[in-house]
Design a protein around this ligand. Sequence first.
Ligand code: XMP
Length: 429
Amino acid sequence: LRELNVYCEIHPYQNVTDAFLTEFAPKAIIFSGGPDSVTREGSPRAPEAAFNLGVPILGICYGQQVMMHQLGGRVESGHGTAEFGRAYVTPKVSLNILDGWFAEGDEQVWMSHGDHVSDIAPGFEVYGTSPNAPYAITADTSRNFFAVQFHPEVHHTPNGARLYENFIKLAGFSGDWTMGAYREQAIAAIREDEQELFLSELEGMSDPETKRKTIGRLFIDVFQKHANDIEGAEFLAQGTLYPDVIESVSFSGGPSVTIKSHHNVGGLPEKMGLKLVEPLRELFKDEVRALGRELGLPESFIGRHPFPGPGLAIRCPGEITRAKLDILRQADAVYIDQIRKHGLYDEIWQAFVAILPVRTVGVMGDGRTYDYACALRAVTSVDGMTADYYPFSHEFLGETATRIINEVKGINRVTYDITSKPPGTIEWE
Ligand code: XMP
């Protein structure tokens, strides 16, 4: 069905409750084949509610037999009822889902069944027969219920795909489910996660520590909410590093002060029912990278620039708005692209753009602009505890500034941050 650009899901019959059917609201249902016998007590049954949804149903092999059994027909097992391999179906009356079939006489189908239907359910009529399956194709066209004994999904039923095409057309599918459409859907779903929640709680907030603590708290709430949905989850693995611990915690009697609150340290609820796994907690970033090489991970993973837990919020000093975040993402993409194009990515420990809470006046195309200023940041470091700014050439900086201003609507001034750590930190907040 997916090859025909129709989205479908496979669900084990035990999981298909009435509530599930109502929520999933299928536009059509297929009961698949299976190894059991409907004559055996305790064998799989179709959810009764499925028959009352008013959607087309196609039963295949066991799925056909279970339909007959549940809707008032009869299935028998025993000697002489089995049929395996090639068979030929002879048409009786024409049927919509068999459009394009029987053009050259009987159709080859592939059979694989032990039991057989001996009485069809009320309302059903016969549309095709084979020597060993007098009810090879039956249907109740008033309800759009179709039942076939053979396997239309296998290669050896040459016109099987045609049957599916007819079935989905009848069910009203437009066949527009493509990887492109899936991509759009998946991205939209990911973006919905909790963006609104974060943006609404951060509205009007500009103090860095308040922002960090709010993000940390929301992160935990959201985490807890989603963790509760995952049955059987036992562990929470985090990539906490030693500097996160050192900078977040002011050890009593120790010399360190809290510089920034890292949400992954100390923010987790005491009773979350998950065991914490933090194998990197005692390591600095350079040591983590050495460990990565020890593990044989690809260099592209190992060399990836760090990204802070609180995300872009701390690269947006002052108030955070959706519009500023959009501008920031675009500017950052141009900047990182420039760095990669010039072969500098691996020489730099971390690079990013910060959008400043300042709008400045500019002139573009003889017109006045009043847009945001941004700061480019790029540092060299070994462990993130100390850092120096990266000495880009003026050509590189000039080219990058031009590209950002030309390509990103909303920025009309670009600056380069040449502060080391200390006295600065790598991030702006
Ligand atoms: P700073 O700005 O403290 O950053 O010099 C040092 C490194 O840590 C990253 N960073 C964080 N990472 N949670 C994280 O997981 C945080 O709250 C956080 N704050 C900063 C920063 O990107 C840099 O690599």
